[in-house]
Design a protein around this ligand. Structure first.
Ligand code: NAP
Length: 249
């Protein structure tokens, strides 16, 4: 009953694949049989190395695009060369830590542009590509969000607002796309060991870990495994904000 049919050759797009969670997600999807379209921005060399390694290790086709996900022209151009897509993983993101009263308009807009607007741009382009698929589901969208989008964090109001908006966007678009057989879900990460948390001292990291029931920081590969699970979940599972946080919130 209800087995998910996918095309023989599955292709996934992962934004922000040059480091951290996006890099781990690209590797997990390649291992799961996906050809990959990967994006990066300020680390094009790292992106090329990752693409080359995954191509070699898993014998998958991997293509790369370098550009700013908050730029709708870059996103449009990337999709103009795309003839097929099964899975969109919106992962690229930035954090901003600081008191709201000191935050500039530019930093606010940048946070929203990279974390939220980018997802509007990619989904807008991906939906018509998915609708051409003769598969069930026709395509899938997985947004990488944050527990701060659910509970909020002091000194991260803009980041929390951007991820809260991603969560609401996920739920709304899931309703809009359910009749078209396109599940939309989000993975709300807790404290994950990437360069995004590089500004924290060892003492600060231990203070965060002390609040986490799992008593440790999460691994990018654990988020990646959750992406692979969500990418093969029943299509009836849509509009969900799935936390991967060691029981934190
Ligand atoms: P990361 O190690 O800092 O990596 C961020 C990735 O996003 C990089 O590949 C980077 O590419 C890309 N990126 C940043 N700005 C971009 C832009 N303007 N255009 C295109 N790509 C851009 O961060 P991460 O921890 O892996 O974060 C990945 C996602 O997980 C983000 O959405 C983040 O909010 C979310 N998350 C992370 C945590 C955590 O604790 N780490 C917790 C909750 C949620 P370049 O390096 O090439 O510029």
């Amino acid at each position: 009953m209800g087995s998910s049919l996918v095309s023989e050759k599955k292709t996934a797009l992962v934004t922000g694949a040059s480091r951290g969670i996006g890099n781990a997600t690209a590797a997990a999807l390649a291992a799961a049989g996906y050809d990959l379209i990967l994006t990066g921005y300020s680390h094009p060399d790292k992106l090329e190395t990752i693409a080359h390694d995954l191509e070699k290790r898993y014998s998958r086709k991997v293509t790369t695009h370098v550009g700013d996900v908050s730029d709708p022209v870059f996103i449009k151009e990337m999709f103009s060369s795309m003839d097929h897509l099964d899975l969109l993983v919106n992962n690229a993101g930035i954090s901003y830590v600081g008191l709201l009263q000191d935050m500039s308009d530019e930093d606010w807009n940048r946070t929203m542009g990279v974390n939220l607007n980018s997802i509007f741009y990619t989904c807008r382009e991906a939906i018509p590509v998915f609708l051409r698929n003769d598969t069930d589901p026709a395509g899938r969208i997985i947004n990488i969000s944050s527990v701060w989008g659910i509970v909020g964090a002091a000194t991260e109001a803009a980041y929390s607002a951007s991820k809260g908006a991603v969560n609401a966007f996920t739920k709304a678009l899931a309703k809009e796309l359910a009749p078209s057989r396109i599940p939309v879900n989000a993975i709300a990460c807790g404290f994950i060991d990437t360069e995004m948390n590089g500004h924290l001292s060892e003492e600060e990291k231990q203070a965060v870990i002390a609040e986490i029931p799992a008593d440790r920081i999460g691994l990018p590969s654990e988020v990646a495994d959750a992406v692979v699970l969500a990418a093969s979940a029943p299509a009836y599972m849509t509009g969900q904000i799935i936390t991967v946080d060691g029981g934190w919130i």
